[in-house]
Design a protein around this ligand. Structure first.
Ligand SMILES: NC(=O)c1ccc[n+]([C@@H]2O[C@H](COP(=O)([O-])OP(=O)(O)OC[C@H]3O[C@@H](n4cnc5c(N)ncnc54)[C@H](O)[C@@H]3O)[C@@H](O)[C@H]2O)c1
Length: 343
């Protein structure tokens, strides 16, 4: 029997996906997850949520999912998303983020599902020509990851014109934090994001990104950027605020809203050193780090202008304070110092 009004969450076992799934459940919606568990964790999902273990590139599997459930809309979070890996292995990024995404879009149209909320990224802009970044900023990615996301956005435009697909491309800045109770949170393997790396350094957890020479210490890439303290500045947005934006996005499209790309950030920049200081205050632990060379492709500053999302969706981030974001992440890392268990 078909369940009515199901939201198909592609990549729903990943970091942001599980928070979207939780927000959907809390709003009384029916999420179904498809995830190949390449970077996601089955154990992070509630038992009540159906998990289809497989790839969105598997047309037969997708057809089965669309026949089994009455899918109202798709939230598409699947991606390979390590910038440095995308430079070394672009084929993986175009295959997963573009080719597998194309299979998803084609299968949606074949099954007459024409609403999608897509996880895009600030990486579509490339090196900022002005700051904060509005959606009007030129899109000129500086790595294959960014290009693969921008290519998918282009496909959304063209599928909209030709097949009546209705979409929102949500361009996230730096997702961070965790559910307030620490029951779900960020567990990428390998981890490349700053706040979990700093908190793992506080807990003295061994990690490939951490220096071997100083156990528990952290590398900060670049101290000579044109920023107030010389380290990179980023815009951190609480993962639960991102999840809320997905609910608003689904309602907006259901109400006939126009397809558009929207920045999702707090419109406030924090340097790497400021993040480390905030983590020291929240954890009350010493956090060692050492300075390293700049990494290729890291812009000095990425800060959003998210006025359009606030206006179009009526979205207001509830946890804009960096200490609150770090505190929630700390709750998760204390509860799961080694990450989610295997299921
Ligand atoms: N985390 C951030 O700060 C951030 C910033 C900007 C954009 N994004 C984008 O948001 C999305 C979610 O990010 P995240 O941090 O939760 O990443 P994540 O790796 O934790 O989640 C992605 C999920 O998709 C699954 N997946 C990947 N390819 C798949 C496929 N072909 N079929 C089925 N499942 C597949 C993975 O197993 C994983 O569960 C990604 O698209 C990412 O590019 C993330």
């Amino acid at each position: 029997m078909k369940t009515d009004d199901t939201i198909l969450v592609c990549g729903g076992a990943g970091y942001i996906g599980v928070h979207v799934v939780r927000a959907l459940i809390e709003a009384g919606r029916n999420p179904v997850v498809i995830d190949d568990l390449s970077t996601g964790h089955a154990a992070s999902l509630p038992d009540s949520v159906p998990l289809v273990n497989g790839s969105i590139g598997d047309r037969t599997l997708l057809d089965e999912v669309f026949s089994q459930y009455s899918i109202e809309a798709v939230v598409h979070l699947c991606a390979s998303s390590l910038v440095a890996e995308s430079v070394k292995n672009p084929a993986k990024y175009y295959r997963n983020n573009v080719c597998n995404g194309l299979v998803l879009l084609e299968t949606m149209i074949e099954n007459d599902v024409r609403t999608i909320v897509f996880s895009s990224t600030a990486a579509v802009y490339g090196d900022p020509q002005f700051s904060p970044l509005t959606e009007e900023h030129p899109t000129a990615p500086v790595n294959p990851y960014g290009w693969s996301k921008l290519t998918f956005e282009r496909m959304l435009h063209d599928f909209g014109s030709a097949y009546g697909l209705r979409w929102l491309a949500l361009r996230y800045f730096n997702a961070a934090g965790a559910a307030a109770d620490g029951s779900i949170g960020e567990d990428h393997r390998p981890e490349s994001h700053l706040i979990p790396l700093v908190l793992k350094a506080a807990l003295k957890i061994k990690h490939p990104e951490l220096s071997d020479a100083l156990p528990g210490s952290l590398k900060v890439f670049g101290s000579d950027y044109p920023t107030p303290d010389g380290t990179c500045v980023r815009d951190y947005i609480h993962v639960c605020d991102l999840a809320d934006a997905h609910l608003l996005a689904l309602d907006y499209l259901a109400d006939g809203g126009q397809s558009v790309a929207l920045n999702l950030g707090n419109s406030a920049g924090f340097s790497v050193k400021e993040v480390i200081e905030t983590c020291k205050t929240v954890t009350d632990l010493p956090i060692e780090y050492k300075m390293a060379q700049r990494r290729a492709g890291d812009p000095p500053e990425l800060v959003s202008d998210s006025a359009r999302a606030r206006k179009v969706l009526g979205w207001t981030p509830k946890s804009a304070n960096l200490s609150d974001i770090v505190q929630s992440a700390w709750n998760f890392h204390q509860r799961f110092p080694q990450g989610f268990p295997k299921k």
